[in-house]
Design a binder for this molecule. Structure first.
Ligand code: HAM
Length: 428
């Protein structure tokens, strides 16, 4: 039989790697709670139609990248490629879409892309969506939140790019002139862009092809088709970012890969990442909820790619929490006592590891040392019979071990020890 392997573009996250993930996630959750944002969890599997209608048929995500299959009831299902459409659906379905909501979600997303560093087929996103918020201030808060989350994680070399896509009317006006220009200049575009003329012309603006970029310099600009109101919105956004001292660069070609965006679009890249430099992308999507059958509800949000975030986050987040107490034990009575003790100790905020190896004391000591345990409790049958533990406190600063025998009689009064910090005080 062939060796079984994971699918291309997916990875196993192993215990040592997960230390960093968990440390990063902890900081993320703290930041979100501090900003009073609530969690929402939607299914990973959805009806395919949700993404076709939500994200847009002409997008790369929908036309090329979705994991779509028929289930046993012949329903077309798709593993979610992103979270915004699902959140919109959940809110409409649960009658919550007209309430003001600040929401976040975190979890795996699936896109059939060509895997490379920072790009996977199963990847993870932290998404934030502000539902029902219309004011420019909500755009600013969303951008500031993303900026501050990345800053809190100590991520350097960040660049914020912003653009405005106007509203539907602005875009229709632009599209008319742009399409005329595209027809005339078709041959100066790369093949991919030529194919997009009928499917998703706006995305041509985002082309990375040098020849196409050069040609686009002479194309009509969406910016010149914005209504007065859209212009004001955009300039208010810039003013507010300046007040908050959040540096930005304007990129008129930033259109994002999903069809639902209106007005503000933004991306945050890091110079410390390779070619897949975008760590965060987002924008306003005022028409999505209505278009999906809900009430007219403005909204804005962003998503951060967690794999890229982990690549960027500092090495200090790779350090695990040390074991507080390692329980070394051997002998029948000692083992059951040790088990009892470990359960009791775990009621306190202590990281307790019970050695189950049955190996010699010296081997167990070595393991405790390797884990940099702050203290060890040693229980052999002699101690157990006498009703006492030996606590050894590792004081690494002076590199000298201190030992203490504690008698407990019939009553293991942990409260007394913990309150007096007897177990770990002198080694911290
Ligand atoms: P997106 O730009 O498609 O936006 O994805 C957001 C982020 O997810 C990207 O900037 C990137 O960091 C990460 N990402 C995307 N694809 C991959 C991949 N194949 N491998 C690793 N990371 C990836 C959205 O998904 C929108 N739903 C964001 C949003 C929320 N807009 C409004 N609300």
């Amino acid at each position: 039989m062939n060796n079984l392997k994971n699918l291309r573009g997916t990875i196993d996250l192993l215990p040592d790697q997960l230390i960093k993930w968990q440390n990063v996630e902890k900081i993320l959750l703290e930041q979100l709670a501090r900003a009073s944002i609530k969690e929402i969890r939607t299914p990973i599997l959805e009806m395919t139609e949700l993404f076709i209608r939500g994200i847009g048929e002409g997008t790369d995500v929908v036309s090329k990248e979705m994991y779509t299959f028929l289930d046993r009831g012949e329903r077309s299902c798709t593993l979610r490629p992103e979270g915004t459409a699902s959140v919109a659906r959940a809110l409409i379905q649960n009658g919550l879409s007209s309430n003001l909501q600040k929401l976040w979600y975190m979890g795996p997303m699936f896109r059939y892309e060509r895997p490379q560093a920072g790009r996977q087929r199963q990847f993870h996103q932290l998404g934030v969506e502000f539902i029902g918020y219309d004011s420019v201030r909500s755009d600013v808060e969303i951008i500031a939140l993303a900026w501050d989350i990345l800053g809190k994680l100590g991520i350097k070399e960040l660049n914020l790019e912003i653009n405005t896509l106007g509203d539907l009317n602005d875009r229709l006006n632009f599209q008319k002139s742009f399409l005329e220009w595209l027809e005339i200049n078709k041959n100066s575009l790369d093949l991919d862009s030529q194919n997009r003329i009928t499917k998703n012309p706006l995305r041509i603006l985002d082309s990375k092809n040098i020849q196409t970029q050069k040609a686009l310099e002479n194309a009509p600009r969406l910016f010149n088709f914005l209504s007065e109101e859209s212009h004001k919105r955009y300039s208010d956004l810039k003013k507010n970012l300046e007040v908050l001292k959040i540096p930005y660069v304007e990129n008129f070609n930033l259109v994002r890969g999903l069809d639902y965006y209106t007005h503000t679009a933004f991306e945050i890249t890091s110079g410390a990442l390779g070619s897949q430099a975008t760590v965060c992308g987002g924008g306003r999507y005022d028409d999505l909820i209505k278009q999906m059958g809900g009430p007219n509800t403005p909204a804005i949000g962003f998503a951060i790619g967690l794999e890229r975030l982990i690549l960027l986050a500092g090495k200090e987040l790779e350090i695990p929490r040390n074991t507080d107490i390692y329980i070394i034990n051997q002998g029948l009575i000692a083992e059951s006592l040790a088990m009892d003790l470990s359960r009791k100790l775990r009621n306190y905020d202590l990281l307790v590891e019970l050695d189950l190896s049955g190996a010699s004391f010296s081997k167990q000591f070595k393991k405790a040392n390797k884990l940099k345990s702050k203290s060890v409790i040693v229980i052999g049958d002699d101690e157990a019979v006498n009703g006492e533990f030996i606590i050894r406190l590792f004081d690494r600063s002076v590199n000298e071990n201190e030992e203490e025998v504690i008698s407990f009689g019939n009553d293991i009064n942990l409260e007394k020890w913990i309150n007096n910090n007897l177990l770990i005080k002198r080694c911290s």
